[in-house]
Design a protein around this ligand. Structure first.
Ligand SMILES: C[S@@+](CC[C@H](N)C(=O)[O-])C[C@H]1O[C@@H](n2cnc3c(N)ncnc32)[C@H](O)[C@@H]1O
Length: 325
């Protein structure tokens, strides 16, 4: 069975776990450290743990950080259930009326009144940066925050795509023109349902390490660690493809951000639209990896000819790195 944490939350431009698994198994040994400096939904570090490797994830986007950490530092199910009950017992819908009234009109069309108040309550009360339990609960909410609610009871919002958050005014027009209404959903009940489903798979025995940082800071974060990474499996932002900050605006709002799309307040590397600046980013990446990888990071254990035929494999400074092209 596919591990049920893999699909915790979709992420635009994500790669399939089979890609990460294939290269981790081929190019590292159990106990090696595997790094992804742009971890997105956390597939590489999570798969590394499942394969018995140590895992380090990093991403500048809080959504990616939360998902990577939730998967690679998963608490046990009973702690999560206790926390849901604790939070549910403290939720009083009318205490959130004033805050709901200050939100842009998008929110009143996107969520049923009680659902919106539950989201506001959880947004304030989940300490997802400091607690592994709250991080997993926030990750579960992120995975349900928007999606095709006409087809699945797992989504909290009026109809939206599940990969990206559509722009607020476009969404409102879309719903009004079609007469679509926000579904009545109980967030606490949904969280319990998701937990039962996700925890059909046991969390990995080991935990990983996750940073919320510009990849250029990795040499500082990794300094002094016992073991340096031996393998990197990653996909950097693509040239002129997507703007992770804008496309994740609703999930970023739930994690404490603005109630509208923002641009380049989190990542200056979002959506490079000219090749020169993009190659500067890739140049920075090579330089940083040269600093953090173990010397002779992963000499290929199979034929050189075979490695050279892989389009998505680059040899750099005697180290092997994998990108998805
Ligand atoms: C193509 S996505 C990675 C997707 C990932 N492989 C997956 O399967 O989910 C690129 C990631 O790079 C992150 N990113 C962009 N600029 C960054 C920076 N300067 N430092 C660290 N992460 C950055 C984005 O937030 C985004 O999550």
């Amino acid at each position: 069975m596919r591990h049920r944490f893999h699909s915790l939350c979709p992420y635009f431009a994500m790669f399939p776990e089979s890609f990460a698994e294939q290269w981790i198994e081929k190019l590292s040994k159990p106990g090696d450290v595997v790094l992804d400096p742009f971890s997105g939904r956390g597939t590489t570090p999570f798969q590394a743990l499942l394969s018995g490797r140590e895992a380090i994830g990093n991403d500048i986007n809080p959504v990616a950080f939360c998902l990577t950490r939730a998967k690679t530092s998963a608490p046990n199910e009973s702690a999560l259930r206790q926390r849901i009950t604790f939070l549910e017992n403290r939720f009083v819908a009318k205490q959130w009326n004033a805050e709901a009234a200050t939100l842009p009109r998008f929110f009143a069309y996107a969520y049923a009144p009680r659902t919106l108040r539950q989201l506001l309550f959880l947004r304030k009360n989940l300490g997802w940066r400091r607690s592994e339990v709250d991080c997993m609960l926030a990750g579960l909410v992120l995975g349900s925050l928007h999606g095709e609610s006409n087809k699945s009871p797992s989504y909290l919002s009026n109809q939206m795509p599940r990969t990206i958050s559509t722009k607020p005014e476009y969404s409102v027009r879309f719903w009004i023109e079609r007469g679509f209404e926000a579904p009545e959903r109980d967030v606490f009940e949904l969280l319990r349902k998701h937990l039962s489903f996700r925890y059909e798979s046991d969390p990995p025995a080991m935990k990983g390490v996750t940073f919320e940082s510009d990849f250029r800071n990795l040499p500082i974060h990794l300094k002094g660690r016992d073991k340096a990474p031996k393998l990197v499996v990653t996909s950097p932002p693509y040239l002129d493809t997507t703007n992770f900050e804008e496309d994740q605006w609703l999930r970023l709002w739930f994690l404490g951000g603005a109630p509208n799309p923002t641009y380049r307040t989190i990542s200056k590397d979002d959506r490079h639209d000219n090749p020169d600046s993009y190659w500067r980013l890739i140049g920075d990446l090579w330089r940083v990896l040269g600093q953090v990888l173990a010397t002779f990071a992963r000499r290929h254990s199979y034929g050189r000819q075979e490695a050279n035929t892989q389009r998505d494999c680059f040899r750099f400074n005697r180290q092997w790195l994998f990108f998805r092209s």
